[in-house]
Design a protein around this ligand. Structure first.
Ligand SMILES: [Zn+2]
Ligand SMILES: [Zn+2]
Length: 607
């Protein structure tokens, strides 16, 4: 924890005392439990005579501001446990009494010499008339809390000491910052995160669903969701093919021995799915692709002239993880992983890694995330070499090489000790999404160990059999996780090239359905994803619906458009009310051919 973080924690915890003091003013019979600082704020648990309602929070905030303005000092006192017990019994603070009893017991049990040195006193803090049992530290006085940089955010139930056998208390959560600006930024971020929640948008935009009969943690992708994934796949594979990767395909099943050899059986342990049959089959579902790829490599004798050999595969892998959040894609049992490996000679490793970094750069630039990234050079935990496989000299070589690559490519990678993979160091790429949340997705890893474990080899220039080096790379992580990122990053308004429906044709009345059909056919023939809005709802309602679906372009067609073989183009960016008059000025009328040309250009540029 750095220094400023500590200061912020003190501020937040001090604010929780002020909240407790405000609660005491509102409910003189309130009983107090605990009130620690947490990420972005604090909470305090209370036993109150009635259930709190959201309106109470505003009243409490007002009282808190008054306490802050009164600038009460935090008065600290050290008293004996016996004295403290008497004091809090008198105040009828049963929870504090329970805490003091425990503290007292722990004092008595401390027999070490250090224990004899500590005072064995408990500390109490007083602000105004409110006394609390607390070890501190706090600010000097309530006046140091910025009165406009905190907010009480929610009320929830919490068992005393987190034990469901105990009484359910009421917990008030708050957030607190050093400035009003930081508070507002945080509140804005929360609001945005809620608006962009992938579970909410995934449902509204009809991208994926779940079925009880299929099972939890097993998402089903709708035609729209599948379209996005397929478009991404095409783009990734196109870029990778440019860098010499060839697509391969391996089954989901394999004998456990494959993963025992690779070390993944041990690594994944109870996260492996075992598949058996009455015909004595005994397989596991692949948790990673790498071991299958080693067997493709091993299928032939390889010469130094054949290397590098680069495989890529986008396939589902299965991990029996703990069930995560319901209805979301963040943690699922089946993940579609875009995975690639290069088998190469030692003298080629550097170039292979550079290639992979370029692939990552190309893709993330095309979706507008590259400008906001940093790179981690994830190395060993030097104090615990036993956590890794492979030879220490190989590790030294790899770590040095990654550092050189970072320097030569201007990656400015930051060394992070203890973040390496089991078999080698790696470069991890971190991005910030639209609301500033940091995400780590692509990674490039050097691996001397796996080829040796599988006995992979090639014949070098001297005619000797030597092991190749394996470089692993993941560009999107999994498509599921990447879709979460994209949904939240774009708030569902995907760029045209990724949009499941790129154009919606909206005839002003049924009379123009045939003309709409004609344009529909023209656009389809140019590989544009298009649909016609044929519902009987009003024009305004249909436009609003298309806007809600975040379709990039709406083509409104009527009498005038049909006569001129044109369309009135309404793009997603305009949020004006959809009444006919307001619309008139917001639409650009153009010939159908011109529109096709324009949108194809946009799709091609991925802008
Ligand atoms: Zn305290
Ligand atoms: Zn791999």
């Amino acid at each position: 924890m750095n220094k400023s973080q500590t200061n912020l924690d003190i501020l937040r915890h001090s604010t929780s005392h002020v909240l407790a003091s405000a609660v005491l003013q509102m409910f003189p019979e309130a009983k107090f439990a605990i009130g620690p600082a947490i990420e972005n704020g604090f909470y305090y648990d209370f036993d109150l005579p009635r259930t709190l309602i959201p309106e109470d929070l505003e009243i409490l905030e007002e009282k808190m501001r008054a306490i802050i303005k009164a600038n009460h000092p935090f008065e600290r006192a050290e008293i004996s446990p016996e004295e403290a017990m008497k004091k809090f019994k008198k105040l009828k603070q049963a929870y504090k009494v329970e805490l003091i009893k425990e503290l007292h017991l722990s004092f008595l049990e401390t027999k070490s010499p250090i224990g004899d040195l500590v005072s064995k006193k408990v500390t109490v803090y007083k602000i105004g008339s409110f006394v609390d049992l607390c070890s501190g530290p706090h600010l000097d006085s309530t006046g140091e809390i910025p009165f406009d940089a905190f907010k009480l955010t929610k009320i929830s139930g919490a068992y005393w000491r987190g034990n469901e056998k105990n009484k359910m208390l009421q917990r008030i959560y708050g957030v607190a910052f050093e400035t009003k600006k930081e508070l507002n930024e945080y509140l804005h971020m929360l609001e945005e995160a809620e608006k962009r929640d992938h579970k909410k948008l995934g449902k509204e935009l009809d991208l994926f669903c779940f079925s009880d009969l299929v099972g939890p943690g097993l998402p089903l992708f709708t035609p729209k969701g599948t379209t996005i994934i397929e478009e991404l796949k095409k783009e990734v594979e196109k870029i990778c093919r440019h860098y010499g990767f060839e697509k391969v395909s391996a089954p989901a099943l394999a004998r456990i021995e494959l993963f025992e050899t690779s070390g993944h059986a041990k690594k994944f342990g109870d996260e492996l799915f075992h598949v058996t049959s009455d015909k004595k089959h005994n397989f596991v579902l692949k948790p990673v692709q790498c071991p299958h790829h080693t067997q493709l490599y091993a299928s032939k004798t390889r010469s130094y002239k054949d290397l590098p050999i680069r495989y890529m595969e986008s396939d589902k892998m299965y991990r029996a993880e703990k069930t995560g959040e319901v209805g979301g894609l963040s943690r699922v049992y089946a993940i579609t992983v875009e995975d690639g490996h290069s088998f190469c000679r030692v003298d080629q490793v550097k170039n292979e890694i550079k290639n992979m970094v370029n692939i990552i750069k190309d893709l993330y630039s095309s979706i507008g995330l590259w400008d906001n990234h940093w790179v981690s050079l994830s190395v060993r935990d030097y104090d615990h070499p036993e956590k890794y496989i492979g030879e220490s000299s190989d590790w030294d070589t790899c770590e040095k090489m990654l550092q050189e690559i970072s320097d030569e490519m201007g990656l400015d990678a930051k060394k992070q000790e203890g973040e390496a993979a089991l078999y080698g160091p790696k470069l991890d790429f971190m991005f910030k999404d639209a609301i500033g949340k940091e995400i780590q997705i692509p990674t490039v890893q050097v691996d001397f160990a796996t080829p040796k474990r599988f006995g992979l080899e090639y014949i070098n220039e001297k005619g000797e059999k030597v092991p190749p080096v394996m470089v692993h790379r993941a560009i999107l992580g999994s498509y599921e996780r990447f879709l979460v990122l994209l949904i939240e990053h774009y708030a569902g308004a995907f760029p045209t090239w990724l949009s499941p429906v790129q154009v919606e044709i909206i005839p002003v009345s049924e009379k123009f359905n045939p003309y709409a059909e004609k344009i529909n056919n023209q656009l389809s023939a140019s590989n544009i994803r298009v649909k016609i809005s044929k519902e009987s709802a009003t024009l305004g309602k249909r436009i609003r619906e298309a806007e809600k679906q975040k379709i990039p372009y709406m083509l409104v067609v009527g009498e005038k458009e049909e006569t001129n073989n044109s369309v009135a183009v309404r793009s997603r960016k305009e949020k004006e009310p959809a009444d006919a008059k307001a619309m008139a000025g917001k639409q650009e009328v153009m010939r159908v051919e011109k529109f096709i040309e324009k949108i194809l250009e946009e799709i091609k540029k991925k802008s």
